[in-house]
Design a protein around this ligand. Structure first.
Ligand SMILES: Cc1cc2nc3c(=O)[nH]c(=O)nc-3n(C[C@H](O)[C@H](O)[C@H](O)COP(=O)(O)OP(=O)(O)OC[C@H]3O[C@@H](n4cnc5c(N)ncnc54)[C@H](O)[C@@H]3O)c2cc1C
Length: 275
């Protein structure tokens, strides 16, 4: 079984802070890690390979330092890594990112399954998986929390919904986006990490020419969306504690709410409580 896993290097934080002037992410003091969902995708791929013969290729697009996430993936059991790195890829929106990843997968050749995380903790769009599947014209299943059965031509997966689960069978090749509930990712082993960091490590770096794309098709130039402004919302917390006899205080609160924007909600509240 030939599996391609998409992995993204992200800053080690869910509290993404932005520079107010430039709108750029503040990266100072932040470590880079494999996007958390992607670790579950790697674990799933390695388990699927262990149960049958196969090959796991991890693919990432990013700056040269993203090679670290490929080494770590190989440390966890992936067979090879490919980094898409080129100045031309910089500033890509999700469409240009998916297009570039799709082109690289076409170059990798025949595959049975593509696994990726549901969502990256920095970009947060959850668009890459479905967009890559669309580019490759293959079916995709999102929010996968269990891979129940893999046959030669089909895969059965359980996906998490807001109020339950859904069991889905689809034809292979397919793409799954996975969530943390799927498995417990293993730690990389020391011998495999050393193997991944050796001079003859099974990691390739491909540029725009290698994947057969022109500069105008990728990166900022190839992006269909343009970010006008990026900013964090300002939260203002102004609390006031009303002290005193409960009945008096509750009435005072209701009177104040009536005068505020929440007047309609307050009406419903006071009639329910019969105060
Ligand atoms: C106009 C515009 C300009 C942008 N400019 C920049 C920029 O200059 N620099 C920058 O860093 N970002 C930039 N971005 C953000 C960048 O487009 C997204 O980070 C990227 O497309 C992935 O989207 P996401 O992070 O929402 O991933 P999601 O869709 O949330 O990720 C889901 C999964 O897809 C896979 N995946 C996502 N990204 C990659 C990747 N790069 N390689 C391999 N697998 C991946 C992972 O498995 C991940 O778990 C820009 C976005 C826009 C709209």
């Amino acid at each position: 079984m030939k599996i391609v896993v998409l992995v993204k290097q992200v800053p080690d934080t869910t509290d993404v802070r932005l520079d107010e002037k430039t709108g750029n992410l503040i990266r100072e003091g932040l470590e880079s890690i494999i996007n958390p969902d992607d670790r579950h995708a790697i674990e799933a791929a390695v388990r699927l390979k262990e149960g049958r013969s196969g090959r796991v290729t991890v693919l990432s697009m990013g700056p040269m330092q993203a090679i670290d996430v490929l080494s770590e993936s190989i440390g966890m059991g992936a067979d090879e890594g490919i980094l898409l790195s080129d100045k031309a890829f910089a500033g890509a929106d999700t469409w240009a990112t998916s297009f570039t990843l799709g082109k690289a997968i076409e170059k990798i050749g025949l595959f049975d399954l593509i696994l990726c995380g549901r969502q990256a903790i920095d970009g947060d769009t959850a668009q890459i998986g479905p967009q890559v599947a669309d580019y490759l014209r293959i079916p995709h299943v999102t929010y996968v929390c269990d891979v129940e059965e893999v046959k030669k031509k089909t895969i059965t997966a359980k996906r998490r919904l807001e109020n339950g689960y859904e069991q889905v069978r689809c034809a292979l090749p397919a793409l799954l986006t996975v969530i943390g509930e799927l498995n417990l990712p293993r730690y990389p082993t020391m011998d495999r990490l050393i193997h991944a960091c050796r001079e003859k490590a099974p990691i390739k770096v491909w540029n725009a020419a290698d994947v057969g794309v022109q500069t105008r098709q990728v990166g900022l130039e190839g992006s269909l969306t343009h970010v006008i402004k990026t900013f964090a919302p300002k939260f203002k917390r102004e609390g006031e504690i009303l002290n005193g006899d409960t009945k008096v205080v509750v009435h005072e609160l209701i009177e104040r709410l009536k005068k505020s924007e929440g007047a309609t909600a307050c009406k419903a509240f006071s009639s329910t409580c019969k105060l």
